[in-house]
Design a protein around this ligand. Structure first.
Ligand code: ADP
Ligand code: ZN
Length: 718
């Protein structure tokens, strides 16, 4: 009899310990079985198997509880490795989430439920049986001699039909073997010779002794070409390579480039069908795939010999998952690289503050590419919208932008118009003195709430009545500001009646291939102007784009979080990078009410360094990340009373530990659920996580119906 310790996969997320079952047949660890749990049929994920000679009665007496028999074995072979299981345990700890939540995020959907039965892919081969060949015809003899033991049956089928006789007469035997691909050369031709700068960086990265390395290169400096060379190097060593990208739909060009250069590329992302994901997962598990391009969750693929992990556009927020387990793919990449003795290469034109800070301190290797391959940086011009408005011009498309657009259209080239924030960006500012209404205690701008006509701080939760006059200059000149993509398309169509104008935003791209289709149309020049939101700023490379216009560029600076400056800088700098990528010189026109803000100054000088200097000083002063760590605990419940009770319990548990934390703060109700956040701010993250794990375990013993989500190092606060 076999005693199994297993995690119940569909148990409520509040259970975080294994249960004991038994099986008469042998089962392997890291396989799933069907079980009955609380009188319901569900599945369990086995992590330990012990063989025992004892009877069930003896066992139950020893253990002191009843042991149930499993219903059925789902997997014959393990669906993950020991390394991955340890990773799941680690993930559960560092994200303060149940192990089963960690396992579920790591496995493709097909492996999460009890319904699918995994069978390893088998192939049929033939071998010769030693038998007297004297009775064979000469043709048959010839064939028999030409067959080699281990030849694939499918290949033999292609070659001839007479082998069937040999099979029937017992000269050949068919046997099955688990499929394993052979090693082969994984790269094709077509590599560009690296420039001197690229080659220096390439050599230095290879020579680096650091696990984590940052490639800081301006847009168009040839970073991608450097990764591809690095990937080739590691593949030649027989290692696996993972290239993480922010969003598959927005990176068709990256995929194309990787596929052009390498064979056996797997693409892994959430748009794949469940079946396809399942297949890709096992291809990696069986070592059939050597190079993977994928989004966040591909960091959990069952690699067995990873040599290099590249994180493209490392500053992108999509590397962080914001539901349980709230993990950062970068954090997991560091962990896996350490386990595999592999290297991580983070790359960006606008590294996240935290990463650049580590690189400057020498924790990470730092490598720079500061020139574009075509040696041409776009010209950047900032338009002061206050002046435009005073002159009676439009604040949507300013005069300078209008002129630049007609120029582009006359030349038959293309333009991108990017709107910072979709729809209504509810900030309030004074059109006379430029004052933006901000919170008294937090130095962040307030967001306007239409329904209650109030202003609210997103950090501390304080609510202010909407004033009648500007608190600074006392003029009755407060303006609520914001407009969306549709409105812009409307305005542009009025201005340029002949122009073909496309639109790309979250509203018209919810369908699977919508992004790609719009981008392809733009690439084929079916649009002259493409209007869109944030998503247009990412990694696109269109030859004919010589103008990028950014509307309400500073909207993001007016409200939101401690990191809104960073988010805005990234957006503007990345968007600027879309202009003039081929031989024509590019132009960027940025419209803003705050032309003197340090973020806009830094963008106009294309100077990440100057942005970094100002911003890091501010973070240091306010003790915000990277000078502290934030841990956000979110509670939500349909029942407000229950929520308040849970919040009272949790808050007091935290207070007792001595962790520094803010009072519970009520969030917007979402999907009928009332929500609260408790924010912890601490220096020592490892210690804080340990303490929070303890707090959460205690909280769970109260068995409350209120759900809890823990977000370590949140990228934004809601
Ligand atoms: P980044 O990833 O930094 O934005 P890319 O690698 O996409 O930069 O390079 C920008 C452009 O320069 C691309 O069109 C690319 O094909 C070209 N390029 C990059 N490296 C080289 C090289 N060594 N020789 C010729 N062209 C190159
Ligand atoms: Zn505040």
């Amino acid at each position: 009899m076999y005693l199994l310790e297993l995690y119940v996969t569909s148990a409520s997320l509040n259970i975080n310990h294994p249960f004991t079952y038994y099986s008469d047949e042998e089962v392997k660890p890291f396989c799933r079985v069907k079980i009955s749990f609380n009188h319901r049929l569900t599945s369990g994920f086995i992590y330990r198997v012990t063989k025992t000679q004892k009877s069930l009665k003896e066992l139950e007496k020893d253990l002191g509880f009843k042991v149930l028999k499993i219903k059925e074995i789902i997997d014959q072979e393990p669906i993950m490795s020991m390394e991955l299981f340890s990773l799941a345990k680690w993930l559960s700890k560092v994200t303060v989430s149940p192990l089963i939540a960690a396992l579920n995020v790591m496995l493709p959907k097909s492996l999460k439920t009890a319904s699918t039965l995994y069978q390893p892919k088998k192939i049929k081969k033939v071998k010769k049986v030693s038998k007297d060949t004297a009775l064979l015809t000469s043709k048959q003899k010839l064939l028999f001699d030409s067959i080699q033991d281990g030849e694939l049956l499918s290949e033999l089928n292609k070659r001839t039909t007479i082998h069937k006789t040999l099979l029937n007469k017992g000269y050949l035997e068919i046997y099955e073997e688990e499929y394993r691909s052979e090693d082969k050369v994984y790269y094709k031709a077509g590599f560009k010779e690296l420039t001197e700068d690229q080659n220096k960086v390439y050599q230095a990265i290879l020579a680096s002794e650091k696990i984590v390395n940052l490639l800081f290169g301006v847009t168009g400096s040839g970073k991608t070409e450097v990764y591809l060379h690095l990937a080739r190097h590691y593949l030649n060593l027989g290692k696996q390579v993972l290239i993480l990208v922010p969003e598959i739909a927005l990176t068709p060009q990256m995929i194309k480039r990787v596929k052009e250069r390498f064979d056996n590329v797997a693409i892994y992302h959430s748009y794949l069908s469940d079946k396809k994901r399942h297949e890709e997962y096992f291809k990696v598990l069986h070592g059939e795939v050597k190079i993977v391009v994928g989004t966040r969750s591909s960091i959990f693929l069952p690699f067995n010999d990873l040599g290099l992990i590249i994180v493209d556009e490392e500053h992108d927020h999509s590397y962080k998952q914001d539901n349980v387990p709230c993990y950062s793919a970068k954090m997991v990449a560091f962990k896996r690289a350490k386990d595999f003795k592999a290297k991580v290469l983070l790359a960006s034109a606008t590294p996240s503050l935290e990463v650049y800070n580590h690189a400057l301190k020498g924790d990470y290797g730092l490598f720079k590419l500061s020139k574009r391959i075509n040696e041409k940086m776009p010209k950047i011009k900032i338009v002061d919208l206050n002046k435009e408005v005073k002159k009676g011009h439009s604040a949507i498309i300013s005069e300078p932008l209008k002129e630049a657009l007609s120029d582009v259209l006359a030349k038959g080239k293309q333009a991108i118009i990017l709107i910072n924030r979709k729809g209504y960006a509810p900030i309030v500012r004074c059109s006379e003195c430029n004052e933006v209404l901000t919170c008294r205690d937090c130095d962040v701008s307030l967001s306007y709430h239409n329904d209650t006509n109030t202003l609210k701080c997103n950090v501390c939760g304080r609510v202010y009545p909407m004033p009648y006059e500007c608190p600074k200059c006392h003029e009755h000149s407060l303006v609520k500001y914001g407009f969306g993509t549709k409105k812009v398309v409307e305005v542009l169509s009025e201005l340029f009646k002949e122009a073909k104008i496309g639109r790309l935003d979250a509203d018209n791209t919810s369908k699977k291939d919508a992004h790609e289709m719009i981008l392809e149309k733009f690439a084929r020049h079916e649009y002259d102007i493409l209007v869109g939101t944030q998503m247009l700023a990412k990694g696109l490379d269109f030859e004919d784009v010589i103008l990028v216009g950014i509307l309400n560029a500073d909207a993001g600076l007016m409200h939101e979080d401690f990191n809104s400056s960073e988010v805005t800088f990234d957006l503007l700098e990345q968007a600027s990078g879309r202009s003039g990528r081929s031989n024509c010189e590019g132009e960027v026109i940025i419209q803003a009410f705050n032309p003197d803000h340090y973020v806009l100054k830094a963008v106009s000088e294309s100077s990440y360094e100057s942005f970094y200097k100002t911003e890091i000083a501010y973070r240091k002063k306010a003790k915000y990340p990277p000078f502290s760590h934030l841990i956000a605990l979110y509670l939500s419940d349909e029942n407000e009373k229950r929520l308040n009770k849970a919040s009272f319990i949790l808050y007091n548990l935290i207070l007792k530990t001595g962790l520094k934390c803010y009072e519970p703060y009520t969030l917007k109700r979402l999907n009928r659920r009332h929500r609260l956040r408790i924010l912890i701010k601490e220096d020592d993250l490892v210690k804080a996580i340990n303490v929070v794990n303890g707090v959460v375990s205690k909280y769970l013993t109260y068995n409350l119906a209120t759900s809890l989500k823990v977000d370590i190092d949140p990228l934004y606060l809601e």
